[in-house]
Design a protein around this ligand. Structure first.
Ligand code: GLC
Ligand code: MG
Length: 625
């Protein structure tokens, strides 16, 4: 009887301490195993020598992705556009802008990508169009009931009871993301239209069923062309409150003297994340499903918000939405806050609330944020690629991150980005030109990006002459690119990197270290301890002790340095009780790790006490004392 209840106890203890089985992925879930690589088309490769990148240029470079182990390429917008926001102002959702080429160039690009086994994703910009889109040109003419397009955009009358000239009577206090009022006056219609971004980017009116149908049709158009996925732009801005209530003032915002109204000066309770938008995403998901019978079509949404506010974008098992919303947490890292503890906090922010069946993702840079190498310092850039590629989930690499490209500096007078031009008081903070400079391919003129005799649309970073280019790094097996290829290969070849399993192995606050194990934890499988030294000095630490705290043990308390970020310790055997890592260094140590459950501790002490009793009985019987 006593033995039964003891066995039950042990079983319960075992159950309690067994982590849920890690979730891996099936072969059709290509988007879970891949690396997503973002191309900013103006800046990747110029084939016709006009100083601006284009589709034929991208096509000519596609083999590069096979070479470095990237499986998915996402193109920022290449649609017809007057380029007020460099393509995020779309004048025709179903055509290619001549600066990038023709639809035939696009067809050639996707055909070659698929031939090379690559997936191709497009940017989809549903919130707004260009003010040059035919729908808007028609919409702004008049508000007659005969005007088919009159409600395609969000139009409002001047505020009632306002005694100023009508063009000054804006409906409310709403401020656009790029600064200034969200309302723009149109004399022809004697009304304001709403633009959450530039004046040249009027918001589409999703309360009008025809708009929704027209945009569904755009989704179908590109999926029919064979596009493997869409990155859905600026999704939280899709709807605004119909009551037009003023937004509350942000108490944490201090205005600069003379500045125009800034987006951050208000709290966006009336213009962001309205619940209606989830119905639209859900409908798009249904369309994606229609097209997913042979090949899964993948959807990622873009919204900057807290991790809690982003979770609803995954939908629910019954009502799935995006495969994932972009997780921009790591973009917060900078020179001031960089530490092991900070990385741990940002990673855990995402992981701790993520439902077990949802897939994580990571982003360290994009076309809207300064490059990671500048934000945290070049000496940490390689380690951030290790983090991005080896955490569980899908990483996004912004072009050039694999060779540790850095920002350029552009003066205000030469600035291209309207966000900076519109806000002179904040331009250095807001400009997005620095991270959009041309890709650095080799040491030839314009870094091999363009053959133009004139200027490229943004200047090339001159560090292409000192090793920051693809050709030089290909030839150097200690380069950032060589490291990147090794990381991509690990993701592809090692089961440990193909699940959502993650355990933090904490040694001190400078270092973020974690363990990746495959699903099968009983056979002492190859596991990987990843150590990121985000501190400012070398650190020597005991990882055996840290693993013991997690009830884990490595065979022989040792492993092999599979990859070191400086590419100088690869293949060396390494005891786990004393590992040194330099500031900015990342180490990936392969070891056979297995769990010992806390349940084995009571079992052991029980065995010991039974043995003690038996010895005592033996002595008692034999020696009668
Ligand atoms: C997204 C894009 C950004 C663009 C904005 C408006 O945030 O990433 O580049 O300016 O949407 O379309
Ligand atoms: Mg060109």
């Amino acid at each position: 009887m006593a033995r039964v209840s003891l066995a039950t106890c042990v079983a319960v203890l075992l159950l309690v301490s067994t982590p849920p089985v890690a979730v891996g992925f099936e072969s059709n879930e290509w988007w879970k195993g891949t690396i997503v690589y973002q191309i900013y088309p103006r800046s990747f490769m110029d084939s016709d020598g006009d100083g601006v990148g284009d589709l034929a240029g991208i096509t000519s470079r596609l083999e590069y992705f096979n070479d470095i182990g990237v499986g998915t390429v996402w193109l920022s917008p290449v649609y017809k556009s007057p380029m007020a926001d460099f393509g995020y102002d779309v004048a025709d959702f179903k055509d290619i802008d001549p600066i990038f080429g023709t639809m035939a160039d696009f067809d050639a690009l996707i055909a070659k990508a698929h031939r090379l086994g690559l997936k191709l994703m497009m940017d989809f910009v549903p919130n707004h169009s260009s003010d040059q889109h035919q729908w808007f040109l028609d919409s702004k003419k008049n508000k007659d009931s005969t005007n088919e397009y009159k409600d395609y955009y969000v139009w409002e009358d001047p505020k009632q009871g306002c005694s100023d000239p009508p063009q000054q009577c804006v409906p409310n206090n709403w401020v656009s993301v790029f600064g200034g009022s969200m309302w723009e006056w149109v004399p022809e219609r004697q009304q304001f239209y709403l633009h959450q971004f530039l004046v040249e980017q009027p918001d589409l009116n999703y309360r009008k069923p025809e708009v929704k149908t027209a945009m569904d049709d755009v989704v179908r158009f590109w999926l029919t062309k064979g596009v493997d996925g869409l990155r859905v732009d600026a999704i939280r801005h899709m709807y605004e409150s119909e009551g037009l209530e003023d937004e509350p003032v942000n108490p944490d915002y201090t205005p600069k003297p003379g500045e125009q109204a800034q987006y951050d000066s208000l709290l966006h309770t009336m213009t962001a994340d309205l619940p209606e938008l989830h119905d639209v995403i859900k409908d798009w998901r249904d369309i994606f499903q229609e097209f997913s019978t042979d090949q899964y079509r993948f959807m990622v949404t873009e919204t900057y918000d807290t991790h809690k506010a982003l979770l609803p974008y995954y939908g629910t098992p019954e009502r799935p939405e995006a495969d994932y919303p972009f997780n921009f947490g790591l973009i917060e890292l900078n020179k001031e806050n960089l530490s092991g503890t900070k990385i741990h906090q940002l990673v855990d922010d995402w992981m701790k609330d993520l439902p077990h069946d949802k897939w994580p993702n990571w982003v360290i840079g994009n076309h809207d944020n300064f490059r990671i190498a500048d934000k945290i310092g070049l000496e940490y850039a390689r380690a951030l690629n290790v983090l991005n590629l080896l955490l569980p989930g899908t990483p996004t690499t912004y072009y050039g991150e694999e060779i540790a490209m850095e920002d350029i500096w552009v003066s205000y007078n030469d600035t291209q980005d309207p966000f900076a031009i519109n806000n002179p008081e904040h331009w250095e903070e807001y400009t997005r030109d620095p991270e959009r400079s041309p890709m650095q391919w080799d040491r030839s003129s314009h870094a091999g990006f363009s053959t133009t005799a004139g200027k490229t649309w943004l200047p090339v970073n001159q560090n292409y002459l000192s090793g920051i280019n693809v050709a030089d790094q290909k030839a150097d097996n200690t380069s950032a690119l060589a490291l990147y290829k090794k990381l991509a290969a690990l993701r592809k070849d090692e089961p440990a990197f193909q699940t959502n399993h993650l355990k933090y192995v904490i040694v001190n606050d400078k270092i973020f270290s974690f363990l990746r194990m495959p699903d099968d934890q009983d056979t002492k499988p190859d596991s990987f301890l990843v150590i990121i030294n985000a501190g400012t000095s070398e650190s020597t630490d005991d990882y055996t002790a840290a693993l013991t705290k997690l009830e884990l043990k490595a065979e022989g308390d040792a492993g092999v340095i599979k990859v070191s970020s400086n590419m100088d310790r690869n293949g060396k055997s390494q005891g786990l009780s004393k590992i040194s890592s330099a500031a900015g260094e990342a180490l990936i140590i392969k070891a056979s790790v297995y769990g010992f459950s806390s349940a084995s501790v009571p079992t052991l002490s029980l065995t010991l006490s039974i043995a003690t009793v038996m010895v005592k009985i033996f002595y008692h019987v034999m020696f009668k004392y």
